[in-house]
Design a protein around this ligand. Structure first.
Ligand code: HEC
Length: 281
């Protein structure tokens, strides 16, 4: 009996030493964060490049920026790279190919922020990797999320999600694509480019899909607007438009007001919802 006890104590000591040694081998800095995280570049779902932070630093010019961060709701200072530099490094000439119109920023948890390539190519975007105000990332939002390893921020006053500039955090990969390849069930198949339904789709893609899905594809923050029933089947046109313009007058909600949407843009959205009702999955 006594002997077995001694053996298991010995085992325990060995185990502790082993675990300690392994923990020294796994790369992590004082905060338990990976000091050299990587970012993946995909074109239409296929990986074309993977760069570690150390590699990015050797190829691109790191910049220090200060901006009003809409997520923290205060001024913040960061170190990062200009988004344009990152995209050119990751995608090269493919960035100029008319085949690809959209960019998705995919987070570690699978959250997918889609934006028009033409939007995110505007100057003002930075992929930041260090919070210059603290030795690790300051937690953000009501859930206290750690926005690292890579977080996309914008310096322009109007470069906000309402204006179709995404602010995704925990970015793991950047995907150059055509929206309808990635989200075929959101696409109004058969609608003529320039028709009201198509224009409504373009608005939906730019401003709504990060929170709402159609036929199960898209954001998960708001309800699906087409399945199992289309919004036009249970709300009046008047009420839908009213709600989209200023949801804050009806509810305490995460949905932002859209005071800039004109009557004709709202009609385009309705035309899109009606069109999608016919191709419900
Ligand atoms: C930041 C996330 C977010 C964005 C962006 C967003 N919504 Fe919403 N939306 C919501 C949430 C959450 C709800 C759920 C109901 C609520 O909170 O009031 C909702 C509800 C709705 C409803 C249903 C209201 C009802 O009858 O209950 C409609 C219609 C709608 N959104 C349309 C849109 C359209 C169109 C856009 C783009 C112009 C948009 N939303 C952008 C989050 C969002």
């Amino acid at each position: 009996m006594r002997k077995t006890t001694q053996v298991s104590v010995l085992h325990l000591i060995r185990l502790v030493i082993f675990v300690f040694t392994v923990s020294l081998l796994v790369p992590s800095d004082a905060n338990g964060q990976n000091p050299d995280p990587s970012i993946e570049f995909q074109i239409a779902g296929k990986t074309v490049n993977v760069f570690k932070l150390s590699a990015l630093k050797s190829k691109l010019e790191p910049r220090r920026i200060e901006l009003y961060d809409i997520e923290y709701k205060k001024m913040k200072r960061y170190e990062g790279f200009a988004l344009g530099d990152v995209l050119r490094l990751g995608f090269g000439d493919k960035l100029k190919s008319p085949e690809y119109t959209d960019v998705a920023f995919v987070a570690l948890d699978g959250y997918n922020a889609v934006a028009l390539l033409s939007k995110v190519s505007e100057p003002g975007g930075y992929i930041v990797y260090a919070d210059l105000e603290s030795d690790k990332w300051e937690p953000v939002g009501s859930q206290g999320i750690d926005p690292g390893p890579f977080y996309l921020v914008w310096t322009g006053k109007d470069q906000t999600p309402v204006n179709e500039f995404p602010w995704p955090w925990q970015i793991a990969s950047i995907n150059l694509m055509r929206f309808q390849d990635q989200y075929p069930l959101v696409f109004p198949k058969g609608a003529a480019t320039g028709s009201a339904a198509y224009k409504g789709y373009e608005l939906f893609k730019g401003r709504c899909v990060r929170c709402h899905s159609m036929n199960g594809q898209g954001g998960k923050i708001g309800p699906d607007l087409n399945a199992p029933k289309s919004i036009v089947e249970y709300r009046s046109d008047y009420m839908i438009k009213e709600f989209i313009k200023h949801p804050s007058q009806y509810r305490y909600t995460h949905m932002p007001d859209h005071p800039d949407l004109t009557e004709s843009s709202l009609d385009d959205l309705l035309a899109y919802f009606r069109y999608m009702k016919k191709i419900r999955k």
